[in-house]
Design a protein around this ligand. Structure first.
Ligand code: SF4
Length: 226
């Protein structure tokens, strides 16, 4: 199974990687529970799984479990974020992702930056739409881009690092992703059963606003109000 992970930033990508390995290890454990042979060695296995989760060097490519039926075995982090403003901010987030991807041997792909696509969709809602109006449109746009790429490159599953953020409405994002998936018979939406939303990761650029020009203005207003 090939999984495309729509990626908003390096920090959320790292949280999604953790969630993925937790899901993989839980899946492995369930399979092992079905086998008496493996049960005899469960303490060792649990110890190994703990190490796997904590090891920054475990690579997606290391996962060779032949029993992967519904679990993804190959990953691509897909940076598709026309919402980000300005271009320098888009570049900073993309460079941070490239740095982490190199350190952790991730495969990444990037969608050409076309902020006009974002503005066309959002400005049809008004001059400065509220978050409650603009964010669902923004999530749909990025997820749609990701499903398009996944379908064109024969991926089976799509998920998004937006689900790892405390600041995004994960239930609405899930509903949007499931809705888009209906239009792609070959591609399903997938999410880890448990998603880690807390980050302890350091050593790379981290943003201090959501991404779009509107969220930047809102951030500045908040800052200078104090
Ligand atoms: S606040 Fe964030 S999610 Fe909402 S429209 Fe702006 S970039 Fe998109």
């Amino acid at each position: 199974m090939k999984l495309l992970i729509h990626t908003c930033c390096a920090d959320c990508a790292l949280k999604m990687e953790q969630s993925f390995f937790q899901a993989v290890n839980k899946h492995d454990l369930n399979l092992a529970k079905q086998s008496e042979d493996k049960l005899t060695n469960q303490d060792e296995m649990l110890k190994q799984q703990k190490t796997d989760i904590e090891s920054p060097n475990r690579k997606f490519a290391d996962i060779k479990n032949p029993n992967f039926v519904k679990m993804p075995g190959e990953m691509l982090f897909y940076f598709a974020n026309d919402n980000i403003h300005p271009r320098s901010e888009w570049l900073s987030r993309y460079r941070a992702l490239k740095k982490i991807a190199k350190e952790r041997n991730w495969k990444i792909a990037v969608k050409n930056y076309r902020p006009s696509d974002y503005f066309e969709h959002i400005l049809s809602l008004g001059n400065f739409p509220e978050e409650s109006q603009r964010c669902p449109v923004c999530w749909r746009l990025r997820l749609k881009n990701s499903f398009n790429y996944a379908a064109a490159h024969e991926f089976d599953l799509v998920t998004t690092t937006l689900l790892s953020s405390h600041y995004q409405a994960s239930k609405i994002i899930t509903r949007i992703a499931e809705d888009i998936a209906q239009q792609y018979p070959q591609v399903d939406f997938w999410q880890p059963p448990q998603i880690n939303k807390d980050s302890e990761f350091k050593g790379f650029y981290k943003q201090n606003y959501c991404g779009c020009a509107f969220s930047l203005v809102e951030r500045m207003r908040e800052k200078y109000k104090k």
